[in-house]
Design a protein. Structure first.
Lengths: 117, 548
């Protein structure tokens, strides 16, 4: 790909230098710092649930309120956590990622224009 | 399977089902969607239009289309049936399909949208060696689509015998052919835009239909979930073979490792399904791609909550014994519940929705496979990128017809075979062959071409080989020992103990990516790697919406 891309002029911007700027590093840190730990936690929480359901099924069958047992509550909590993480990420991305990404994108577009001209 | 269907057809819902009514409602769906597809197809000139719907869908629309693409008949009929017959474990199974979307939301959707154009291979080959990586990604795309498509087509055959009372071989083959031809027309005429609209309409119908039935079932139980569950327990305890539907492990407790393997495939496979990934290119920006996944999560989550109620509704209003004896067994739970609630009219509506579901899913798979073949294999691997865009779209159109023919022949060929495992296999291949390389190429700078090839081919080959030597293909006996539950009957060459290869093939593929990278592959161009990462996070240079 490298050759064709160079010909198309994508490389007028010095991406390695851009990458080293503190503002870009901040964006990268925020994105990685959110998605990786949150996803690991969500996966751990899900596989904990699966493991309990198949290995500790009798404990999961313990009734809590009426016929509703621990397993059912655990399962419904998976829905709650999935919806919750989704809303949390959206609000994080809107506040902490999008403004910075937009700012950097405008910088890049300006650089590209300058390069072409 | 077909014998059992014929026998049971007379005993179960034959009285309630009205094939003419069912077919007219389905016919209405086909006519309405066809008009929309033809209108959508008017502006299908460029590759951007044909493959990505001009990138002009909103996040909300695309979220609905994703739900329409993802919620297959296996979800609607299969999970409702699994809950009706096995209680808790059906619910447990459904949750993996939802949680999986967090991987797509957090790790994949936005970065893919920012760095790709039409296919998964665009992203994977961005900073690696173009041709070999693209070819590997395209092969794995085609394999996943083929398995998934075959499962859907076989399901279409089974569904007609269940819903339309067509039990003979010829009639079922005819229906498979009709489904295949409709699918080809939708995709050929409408391209990605038409396909997307079919999926949006289907998602709206499916979720509304399931929602109405859910409210109905809850209303019969005083809007109290606990009362519904109690009634389910009462019904199940009164059976000849009583069971507690709220006890976890009835279905999966016997072989826990197998279920963990299946869960891994579901949770890690979704974000590697090529037809799901391709949907992210139909929106104008990464922010809209995020919004799509958020909508998809709400819709899919709500849908699986509905299936919990529908499953227990079928259990209490129809009864597990009747469902197990009906044609299609577990798959008949939702239609039988519809008949019990609203008689032949609701049954007709639900049957039509089930068909629409199959149509929308196969259309999505077909456009994905055709795009990958034309854009990745033909234009970039064979022609090395030296191809006019019109020629590429032409190849895509030919591919669609070929895929349609293969799907019809395959769907007729596998009739009556027990191939329900194919969907789980498609997820396992996606999780093993695709996801590791997607994650590594987006998040790991040192990753190189050799690592990608080892991981993709290793994941693909290991998952397919392990399934070939697993009990789903040969040598699985049912508990009574009288039948084989495998695809191939009468022989036993299995040595892999699990039904799903995920627990072995997924870690293996991740590991092969690391070993391949460090075992002497060249370092890649660090300039392009920097460009890819900057673009993935900022959206600079991302493909723009097409203005008409």
């Amino acid at each position: 790909m490298s050759k064709e891309e160079t010909e198309k002029g994508h490389h007028r911007i010095d991406y390695p230098a851009f990458e080293a700027t503190p503002k870009y590093q901040e964006l990268r840190k925020r994105q990685r710092g959110f998605v990786i730990p949150v996803l690991i936690a969500a996966m751990a929480w899900y596989f904990l649930y699966v493991a309990l359901a198949v290995f500790a099924s009798n404990w999961m069958a313990t009734p809590v309120i009426g016929v509703i047992n621990i397993g059912l509550i655990f399962g419904l909590l998976q829905f709650v956590s999935t919806f919750g993480i989704t809303m949390w990420y959206v609000s994080f991305a809107n506040k902490r990622l999008d403004p910075l990404a937009t700012e950097l994108r405008h910088e890049l577009e300006a650089k590209q224009k300058a390069g072409v001209a | 399977m077909s014998n059992a269907l014929v026998l049971a057809a007379d005993t179960a819902n034959a009285g309630a089902s009205d094939p003419i009514l069912n077919m007219s409602i389905f016919g209405a769906f086909v006519i309405v969607t066809m008009i929309i597809v033809i209108r959508a197809g008017r502006n299908n000139k460029s590759a951007n239009d044909f493959y990505a719907g001009g990138r002009s869908f909103s996040g909300t629309q695309n979220g609905m289309a994703i739900a329409g693409d993802y919620l297959s008949a296996a979800s609607f009929l299969g999970i409702t049936g699994a809950i009706a017959l096995a209680g808790y474990d059906g619910f447990l199974y459904s949750i993996g399909f939802l949680v999986a979307w967090l991987v797509a939301l957090l790790l994949v959707a936005e970065l893919m949208r920012n760095t790709g154009k039409f296919t998964m291979a665009d992203v994977l080959s961005f900073r690696l060696h173009q041709r070999p990586v693209r070819l590997a990604a395209a092969i794995s795309t085609l394999v996943v689509c083929f398995f998934y498509l075959l499962a859907q087509m076989a399901g279409a055959g089974g569904l007609v015998s269940l819903l339309l009372g067509v039990n003979d071989q010829l009639g079922q083959s005819l229906v498979v052919a009709v489904v295949g031809i409709l699918m080809v027309i939708y995709v050929l005429v409408g391209g990605m835009k038409g396909t997307t609209w079919v999926q949006i309409i289907k998602a709206a119908l499916l979720i509304a239909g399931a929602g109405i039935m859910t409210i109905w079932v809850l209303a019969l139980n005083g809007f109290n979930l606990s009362t519904l569950l109690e009634n389910g327990v009462k019904v199940s305890q009164a059976l000849e073979a009583p069971f507690d539907p709220l006890q976890p492990g009835l279905k999966y407790g016997k072989n826990p490792i197998d279920f963990i393997s299946l869960s891994m495939a579901l949770v890690l496979g979704t974000a590697g399904l090529p037809h799901v990934l391709m949907r992210f290119y139909t929106v104008p920006t990464a922010k809209e791609a995020r919004k799509s996944v958020v909508w998809a999560i709400w819709l899919i989550g709500a849908f699986y909550l509905f299936t919990l109620v529908l499953g227990f509704g079928a259990m209490t209003l129809v009864g597990p014994a009747v469902i197990a004896a009906a044609p299609g067994a577990a798959n008949s739970a939702a239609p039988l519940l519809a008949a019990a609630l609203g008689g032949p009219v609701l049954l007709g509506i639900v049957s039509a929705i089930a068909f629409a579901t199959i149509l929308a899913v196969v259309a999505g798979l077909t456009i994905t496979a055709a795009t990958s073949f034309a854009h990745d294999i033909y234009a970039n691997v064979i022609k090395r990128g030296e191809v006019r865009p019109n020629a590429e779209v032409k190849i895509a159109r030919i591919t669609i017809v070929v895929i349609g023919a293969l799907a019809i022949l395959g769907g007729i060929g596998v009739q009556g075979q027990n191939i329900a495992f194919l969907v789980a296999l498609a997820f396992a291949v996606a999780a093993s062959a695709n996801l590791p390389t997607i994650i590594y190429s987006l998040y790991w700078r040192r990753f190189n071409t050799r690592g990608a090839l080892w991981s993709m081919y290793g994941g693909l080959i290991s998952s397919v080989v392990l399934i070939a030597f697993s009990p789903v293909v040969s040598g699985k006996a049912d508990p009574t020992g009288a039948l084989t539950l495998s695809m191939i009957k009468g022989v036993d060459f299995h040595w892999f103990p699990l039904d799903n290869p995920g627990i072995v093939s997924i870690p293996l593929a991740f590991l092969l990516g690391i070993i391949g990278t460090y075992s002497g592959g060249k370092k890649e161009n660090s300039w392009i790697a920097a460009e890819m990462e900057v673009r993935s996070l900022t959206g600079h240079g991302a493909e723009k919406e097409v203005a008409h």
